[in-house]
Design a protein around this ligand. Structure first.
Ligand code: OXD
Ligand code: MN
Length: 585
């Protein structure tokens, strides 16, 4: 096994000089190391053991109550020119950010241990993989990074004597708002995060590296880093087709990636490649290829049960860290939407007594599980394929009670990119500081994760299309449309396969469609709905396009896209004019 090279050693020394830890521990990712850290955490009550029969090898972690979700208002892109961060990112000048972070970090690890974590994002041997090195004083971060990344000394081999690693600096400091910064320096490939040890803020391989820094690297190197699940759909007629789907946080990517076919679609099988992040590259064959850079799942717990996601339930049946769920007296975890009814008594996510009469939820709405992908029974045999999987379809979706049909196919790549960029979604609990339930624009579900100006990002998507002679078809889906009675029209979960089957049959030229101003929706009777108790009126309502409503949507969209000024692709202006014409304006 390799050892850290001189560039790594010198950067780690620099970190230690500023942070002044009592000890520096170089992690090797071994099982022995995990056991040692877990024992220490149990002794310090940083982890609570769960019932060993019901949750073998699993623990509960309680966060500080003010540190339970991503903090978008404290997340910054620190590039020299404000315009390069764009109108949707918080920006801070690199010198100013470093001044602030240096002050916050100065001596922050006194009396503590600094762990050095070598890790690789992407399958081993893949030409697309990236090496990162994270320093942290959080044992929770170390044991979580071991699950979420390929952590260990193999990273030193991958790095050789190169300087090409992403520097990931994390210090817990005090979990106070004025100490909290999640700063990205794309020019230097540096991430500097303080004041939080919530997953999305502190497991720096995930959102910070694999999306924000990677999106900026992808722009320079000709690829895309996306907030997408990747899955294979094996059909009873033979063959597996792959798709990637972008939905905002907590909108069901994990559930879709692990879907269990309904009885009526017996013979189909779903293969999970990833549930959150996809790196996409044009291949020499003119197709778009996808890899999942992660090795674990950091999924939303509430609502997960045997009906919504039995595959996830099996995945988290052992060797899982639950963060901020409730704890029952028998030492088992419980959450809202669990298969079991609410317990008569429990401790809530803060560790306080809870009963069904309590007015607050038992588990935090953004409570999470951390589990190795290898435990997923539906894991695709291709999940570690160094080249990834070729995509037939890309889906963009959001959570919209109105306006958006269940599914439509866009007319071509440019229209598809425009449609993805115009996605809006009702806000969920995965980020602090927003009012849950209000709709916000979330282009490609990347609003919180794009490491550069989103106008340039839209142009980059268009340029990727020019490299594809066989591009995936692009679709929009919305599982969350409601009827006049305010109830969901579509059953969702496993039944979503019906929509995927239509999509993949469109890709192979078999399913019929009808043209609407938005795109191609399923022709009557072309969605495979057998065995589903859904009235014709409900299907009609699910697929309806209300031109008057869309004229309003288009006006809002024009206003939104104007914020990108001259960085907005001119193709988007043409798309909006074409949509206006189709809507009869
Ligand atoms: C996540 C998120 O944790 O999107 O995946 O917030
Ligand atoms: Mn996510």
């Amino acid at each position: 096994m390799g050892t850290p090279n001189a560039y790594v050693r010198s950067w780690v020394e620099e970190c230690a000089k500023l942070l002044r830890p009592d000890h520096v521990v170089w992690c090797d990712g071994s099982d022995e190391e995990r056991r040692r850290l877990t024992t220490e955490m149990l002794l310090q009550r940083e982890l609570i053991p769960l019932n060993a029969d019901r949750h073998p090898g699993s623990y509960l972690r309680r966060s500080s109550p003010n540190d339970t979700a991503r903090t978008e208002k404290k997340t910054f892109i620190c590039c020299p020119n404000r315009d390069d961060a764009g109108p949707t990112n918080n920006w801070m000048a690199p010198e100013e950010a470093k001044r602030k972070l240096t002050a916050v970090s100065d001596g922050a690890m006194k009396g503590r241990t600094m762990y050095v974590i070598p890790f690789v994002m992407g399958p081993s041997g893949s030409p697309f993989r990236k090496v990162g090195v994270q320093v942290t004083d959080s044992r929770y971060v170390v044991i979580s990074m071991r699950v979420m990344t390929r952590m260990g000394a193999a990273a030193w081999d991958d790095l050789g004597d190169s300087d090409d690693f992403i520097r990931c600096f994390h210090a817990t400091v005090e979990l106070k708002d004025d100490q909290k910064f999640i700063c990205h320096f794309p020019q230097e490939r540096l991430i500097w995060s303080t004041g939080s040890d919530y997953g999305g803020n502190a497991l720096l391989g995930k959102k910070c590296l694999s999306l924000r820094i990677a999106s900026s690297m992808g722009r320079q190197e000709g690829w895309l880093a996306e907030h997408m699940l990747i899955m294979g759909v094996e059909s009873p007629h033979g063959g597996t087709q792959y798709l990637a789907a972008a939905f905002p946080s907590a909108c069901g990517k994990t559930n879709l990636a692990m879907l269990v076919p309904p009885a009526a679609l017996n013979g189909y099988r779903i293969w999970t490649v990833g549930d959150d992040i996809a790196w996409l590259r044009p291949g020499p064959d003119g197709r778009l290829w996808a890899v999942n850079p992660e090795a674990g799942l950091f999924g939303v717990v509430p609502g997960t049960n045997q009906r919504t996601n039995p595959v996830a339930m099996e995945t988290i049946a052992r060797d899982t860290v639950f963060t901020n769920t409730a704890l029952r007296p028998d030492g088992t975890a419980w959450w809202e939407g669990h298969d079991d009814p609410p317990p008569k008594e429990a401790l809530d996510w803060k560790g306080l007594p809870w009963t069904p009469a309590s007015t607050t939820p038992a588990a935090h709405p953004n409570s999470r599980f951390t589990a190795p992908l290898r435990q997923c029974p539906a894991l695709s045999s291709k999940w570690e394929d160094p080249q990834g999987v070729p995509l037939d379809a890309i889906l963009f979706g959001g959570r919209r009670a109105h306006t958006e049909p269940l599914v439509y196919e866009t007319f071509d790549w440019i229209h598809g990119v425009f449609t993805g960029a115009s996605t809006a979604s009702e806000v969920t609990a995965a980020a602090q500081d927003h009012v849950v339930g209000t709709a916000r624009r979330d282009p490609m579900a990347m609003l919180p994760f794009c490491g550069y100006n989103m106008g340039d990002y839209f142009n980059h998507w268009l340029s990727i299309g020019r490299k594809l002679s066989r591009p995936p078809k692009i679709f929009r889906v919305n599982w969350f449309r409601k009827g006049s009675d305010d109830q969901f029209l579509w059953p969702g979960f496993g039944e979503n396969l019906r929509v995927l089957v239509w999509i993949l049959e469109r890709c192979s030229g078999r399913a019929l469609s009808q043209t609407t101003p938005l795109g191609e929706v399923p022709a009557p009777d072309s969605l495979p709905l057998r065995g589903l108790d859904l009235s014709r009126d409900a299907v009609k309502a699910l697929l309806a396009v209300d031109s008057a409503e869309w004229r309003g949507e288009l006006a809002a969209l024009r206003e939104y896209f104007a914020i990108f000024g001259d960085r907005l692709p001119s193709a988007f202006l043409r798309e909006m004019d074409a949509l206006a014409a189709r809507l009869g304006t």
